[in-house]
Design a protein around this ligand. Structure first.
Ligand code: ATP
Ligand code: MG
Length: 209
């Protein structure tokens, strides 16, 4: 249904990975900021099927997350959604996604957009050395997360990989999917935290209740 189009005219492709359960303005602002700042031709949102680090929590059906992501990006012609990870069996490894996207857009430079908290997690990821050779990492600073001070236990590794990580300031958006799910459960408003079509989707499907 949702496949990444192969097109050689693209030279800089951004990948925004995440669970997107649900997608919110923090994700969209970070992706748009990166698109502008790094002159990306497009940003592909890739909802994760089963993120290796989120095996505890029950994650909403991939179809819901793909649907919400499609609704959220519809108004931006440079944003695209891909079911690449969702269609692939097993755990979602970022390296496989980066590899798949670079094969589709051969010759394009790949940028992987993450929040500053997530970029620190990559230091513990699968085949990080190889991954850092394949893509430039863009870390959006997020309230409460400063790359330097968060390095903590990862300090040794962090010092080695910091050259591959570009940081980018995004307006302080203290929005998280965890908070949105909690708000829905508690009957508090989520309006203005995410695009209206996504809010309507959550209400009509009864997600997170
Ligand atoms: P959860 O609370 O379930 O972990 P989340 O809000 O962190 O959800 P994810 O789907 O885990 O959303 O995040 C996908 C990517 O977006 C990650 O790289 C994350 O760091 C980044 N991100 C999430 N929220 C923000 C935000 N408010 N500002 C900038 N980046 C964000
Ligand atoms: Mg998160």
């Amino acid at each position: 249904m949702l496949t990444v189009r192969h097109d050689r005219k693209y030279s800089k492709i951004g990948i925004m990975g995440g669970t997107f359960d649900p997608i919110h303005y923090g994700h969209l602002v970070a992706a748009e900021g990166a698109r502008h700042h790094f002159s990306l031709d497009k940003v592909i949102f890739v909802p994760a099927a089963r993120p290796p680090h989120k095996t505890q929590r029950v994650i909403s059906d991939p179809e819901h997350r793909l649907q919400m992501t499609s609704l959220a990006i519809a108004s931006n012609s440079r944003f695209e959604v891909s079911d690449l990870e969702v269609e692939r069996a097993g755990l979602s490894y970022t390296i496989d996604t980066v590899r798949a996207v670079s094969e589709l857009y051969s010759g394009a430079k790949i940028y992987f957009i993450t929040g500053a908290d997530a970029v620190l997690e990559i230091l513990t990821w699968h085949k990080v050395g190889e991954l850092l050779k394949m893509a430039v990492f863009i870390a959006a600073t997020r309230p409460g997360y400063r790359l330097e001070s968060l390095a903590g236990n990862f300090r040794g590794v962090f010092d080695k990989v910091r050259g591959n990580i570009a940081t980018m300031e995004v307006p302080a958006l203290a929005i998280s999917s965890t908070d949105i799910r909690r708000r829905v459960r508690e009957g508090r408003p989520i309006k203005y935290l995410l695009p209206e079509p996504v809010e309507k989707y959550i209400i009509s499907t009864g997600l997170y209740r």
